[in-house]
Design a protein around this ligand. Structure first.
Ligand code: EPU
Length: 435
């Protein structure tokens, strides 16, 4: 398995370009199941999760052309016979559950494995299933598979809420199902994340009727047929945020280009509160580090609040702040798996339920650490770049799931990070570890 070996203490500077959003492209790929015409998706990042979603779609009869160099996917789903998405593929990635809604809407039947367990906490799909039932599907969970069928989905008024707020992929699933249902669906408490907006915009281009895009209430009027489109996915706000924090934590001066700063206002505001100098324009953010970070409090919330997917990376930075910071995780019950590894590097963090209390230290020291989920791994890389001495981050296949060639891009900014390649673990060994 690959590992990163990082020599810490290098100040990052320069410019980095952001790729297409992982959490946008995965549900958009599933939307290809809603039409027998070709869906062309551009700005597709080269990620392990994209490769996994291609396999899921191929198992469902899709013909897929993937030009990885150009970042273009062409997907056509004109063979509508297959309805089973098998466990071996579904367990690698949570976003694969997004095939359920389109399959039900278009093929009227679906047999979809429950996505695997997950190290960032229990991640049920009850809201997805309840949504499908309220649209008129019969649902049975048997031997680890969701078996769903309908003669025709019917529009309905439904509320999709969890204790954490809304559900991102649940909203994506129900919206996709509702596009081909009979009549109107009103989806209250729908997620407002930019990736949900991107998906809705694709669906509208495909011929769907959706009002309220970007709000907490979506109104979808079912249509008989959707058609193929050509769409470029939005920039990855989490990747942009990770590079911005990388610039700050290394005492650097980094400009992140090709991003959408309006999707990152909560991060920008918290970085400024931590004494980081942040400026931005239409499609760039520049981050200049202060001599010392101020301690701050942060609470993760649904969009436009502070994203849970940047919590671990910001925690790495707060380990080096002056004073005590509080980090409240409100989206997941247990997304602090990186804390134990940061301890190995000299961080002082105490967990109390879903709050992490971080006492800033003057320096971190390099250590061997183990990546265990996507964003936690990114946090370890950031901490390693800021630490004194050498850090070896094991199991970086987690990070490859969501960041394209992050080591090469960090090197271009001045980081000393090497990938030591060993045998790549087979997909079957890669448990669902977030995303
Ligand atoms: N929840 C339920 N029941 C459900 C669905 C969700 O209780 O049926 C709960 C979850 O357990 C969680 C909360 O609701 O506590 C929010 O989960 P949500 O459904 O919004 O998460 P998701 O859609 O499964 C997406 C991203 C995650 C990101 C979350 C929150 C993708 C592929 N994944 O997951 O991204 O953390 O939204 O913003 O879009 C990542 O990229 O590292 C990642 C984990």
């Amino acid at each position: 398995m690959d590992r990163f070996v990082i020599q810490g203490g290098q100040r990052l500077s320069g410019e980095v370009q952001v790729g297409g959003a992982k959490n946008s492209v995965l549900p958009i790929m599933a939307a290809a199941l809603l039409t027998d015409e070709e869906l062309v998706i551009r700005r597709v990042p080269r990620l392990r999760d994209v490769a996994s979603q291609v396999k899921v779609l191929q198992s469902l009869g899709a013909r897929v052309l993937h030009d990885e160099q150009q970042g273009i996917l062409k997907i056509r789903c004109d063979d509508e016979a297959p309805i089973t998405a098998p466990y071996e593929l579904m367990k690698t990635m949570r976003a694969s559950i997004c095939v359920l809604g389109p399959l039900l809407a278009k093929r009227k039947r679906a047999r979809v494995s429950m996505p695997g367990g997950c190290v960032i906490g229990v991640r049920p799909i009850d809201l997805h299933l309840r949504g499908m039932e309220q649209l008129g599907a019969a649902i049975d969970v048997r031997a680890g598979y969701v078996e769903a069928s309908t003669t025709q989905l019917r529009g309905s008024t439904l509320f999709l809420g969890s204790s954490a707020g809304s559900t991102v992929l649940g909203t994506a699933n129900v919206v996709m199902a509702a596009t081909l249902a009979d009549g109107e669906t009103v989806l209250e408490n729908s997620a407002q994340e930019p990736e949900v907006v991107d998906l809705c915009n694709v669906l509208v281009k495909m011929g769907a009727q959706i009002d309220g895009i970007g709000s907490h209430c979506l109104r979808i009027t079912g249509v008989k047929k959707l058609h193929g489109v050509d769409h470029a996915v939005i920039p990855d706000r989490i990747e942009a945020g990770t590079f911005a924090i990388a610039g700050a934590i290394t005492g650097g001066d980094v400009t992140v280009r090709g991003c959408e700063p309006r999707d990152l206002l909560a991060l920008i505001e918290r970085l400024r509160a931590a004494a980081v100098d942040v400026t931005y324009g239409n499609d760039w953010i520049r981050v200049c580090a202060p001599r010392r970070f101020r301690s701050i409090d942060v609470t993760t919330l649904p969009h436009p609040g502070f994203p849970t997917d940047l919590q671990a990376q910001l925690m790495a930075l707060l380990c080096l702040a002056d004073g005590i910071s509080m980090l409240h995780e409100r989206i997941y019950q247990d997304r602090f798996i990186h804390v134990a590894e940061l301890h190995r590097m000299g961080a002082r963090i105490r967990k109390e339920g879903s709050t992490a209390i971080i006492e800033g230290v003057a320096r971190l020291s390099g250590a061997p650490v183990m990546a265990s989920d996507l964003r936690g791994s990114a946090a370890l890389v950031l901490a390693g770049m800021a630490a004194e001495g050498e850090t070896a981050v094991d199991r970086v296949y987690h990070i490859d799931r969501g960041y394209e060639r992050i080591d090469e891009r960090l090197r271009l900014l001045g980081a000393k990070i090497d990938r030591c390649t060993a045998d790549v673990p087979p997909l079957s060994m890669v448990a669902n570890s977030g995303g």
